[in-house]
Design a protein. Structure first.
Length: 415
């Protein structure tokens, strides 16, 4: 259900944001920031099942010995063995080398609903979609309970985890990441709703597209100083995440990386990024402030749209452009400090900043886009755009600031 809701919300947002306000007859339909057959082993009886080896095109049997407290099995596909403790509901898997890819034919698929999984020392990789064999049928009408494992323990012998390895692991609460992995692949923990915290090892250099997408229970992410790239939508929909501190090793943050992080109140940005990309913090409605690093040159479109608790923003002198609707709909924004050096303030960059009464524009600004300053919606449910009463622009005579003020009927004060 959460997947459906966030897809609907994203669709609405995209339709709404196709233009921040389109034309003076804005088609605003919604305010943006209101918007991401196994059988039980019978005790004391052996179970024999056919497993199809897709690599060698052969069938072979795996025999499962059942005891009162545990079951054991050996598999020829990757020489995997396992034991299962029924008292603790812990499945222990032993593999030397790479874990094989399974569909629904893993040797442990006969184990019903384990709650804890331990991979022992010796396994070196987990394949794409590696834990899909632990999915179970959900109760009727409930789409969030089809994966029952709560904890996973991984050894440090693992150097690679495939994409979507833990996707939809909706009951997963705790997992450790091996210290030797270098990349967190695409969607590796997507929609792990109950995962509350994660520690990123120092050897991880890249976190790829949607690695933690819609992990709505995620409260804490601890970074080591080693991550260099955070991909698109990595933390999108992590609605319980309250603070984030990115190490200075990070050089790039992808588009929509923190979209819909609606509980986020504090962010420490790395000092070495040169751009805040499009939609990076869109609809982070509780974010109160942001310190833009000195090396940042561009602030992308909709970068902070809907950050409705912003009160003050300082734009450093290395910034050359503020993108389309970059700070739009920041309703509580009262003060903006823009340093000398900026050249472009794009269309509707500060649209619907209702608390903003005055702004000082430096001499370096050469272009101010349409409705960039001083325009608001008449009310929250109106399509009508109006000029804000009493809005004042301060700047230098003969500059873009004076020209914009005169063209739009705002008071201009020369400095």
């Amino acid at each position: 259900m959460k997947r459906i809701l966030i897809l609907i919300a994203s669709t609405i947002m995209i339709l709404t944001l196709a233009s921040c306000s389109d034309t003076m007859g804005l088609n605003k339909t919604v305010e943006v920031n209101t918007i991401p057959n196994t059988t039980v082993n019978k005790r004391n009886f052996p179970v024999v099942s056919d497993v199809y080896d897709t690599v060698n095109n052969t069938k072979y049997n795996t025999q499962t010995k059942a005891t009162e407290s545990s079951t054991e099995s050996t598999n020829k596909k990757d020489n995997a063995t396992y034991t299962y403790d029924e008292n603790t509901k812990t499945l222990t898997i032993n593999i030397i080398g790479d874990m094989a890819e399974y569909d629904n034919n893993a040797p442990w698929s006969k184990v019903k609903n384990p709650e804890n999984i331990v991979l022992t020392e010796g396994v070196t990789s987990i394949p794409n979609g590696g834990f899909g064999s632990f999915w179970v049928d959900a109760p009727e009408g409930n789409n969030n309970n089809y994966w029952k494992v709560k904890t996973i323990q991984l050894p440090n012998t693992i150097t690679k985890i495939g994409f979507k390895a833990f996707i939809y692991c909706s009951s997963l609460e705790k997992i450790n990441l091996p210290i030797n992995i270098k990349t967190l692949e695409q969607s590796v923990f997507e929609e792990c709703y109950n995962l509350k915290e994660i520690t990123i090892p120092e050897n991880v250099k890249k976190i790829k597209y949607r690695a933690f997408y819609n992990c709505s229970g995620m409260e804490n992410v601890a970074f080591s100083n080693g991550v260099e790239k955070i991909g698109r939508e990595v933390f999108k929909g992590c609605e319980s995440l309250k603070t984030i501190s990115l190490p200075d090793s990070v050089k790039e943050i992808g588009k929509r990386a923190f979209e819909f992080c609606t509980s986020l109140t504090e962010v420490k940005l790395p000092q070495n990024i040169v751009a805040i990309n499009d939609y990076t913090f869109i609809n982070c409605s509780k974010l109160k402030k942001i310190n833009i690093p000195k090396k940042v040159e561009t602030i992308g479109k909709f970068a902070f749209w809907g950050c409705s608790n912003f009160e003050k923003v300082t734009i450093q002198n290395n910034v050359k452009s503020i993108g389309y609707c970059a700070f739009g709909n920041c309703k509580k924004l009262k003060k903006i400090s823009i340093s000398e050096g900026i050249k472009t303030i794009d269309k509707e960059a500060f649209f619907n900043c209702k608390k903003l009464k005055t702004i000082t524009i430096p001499k370096s600004v050469k272009k101010i886009g349409k409705r960039a300053l001083g325009y608001i919606w008449k009310n929250n449910h109106s399509n009508t755009i109006i000029r804000k009463d009493g809005f004042t622009i301060k700047g230098y005579k003969g500059t873009a600031a004076e020209k914009y003020a005169k063209q739009n009927g705002f008071k201009f004060v020369a400095i």
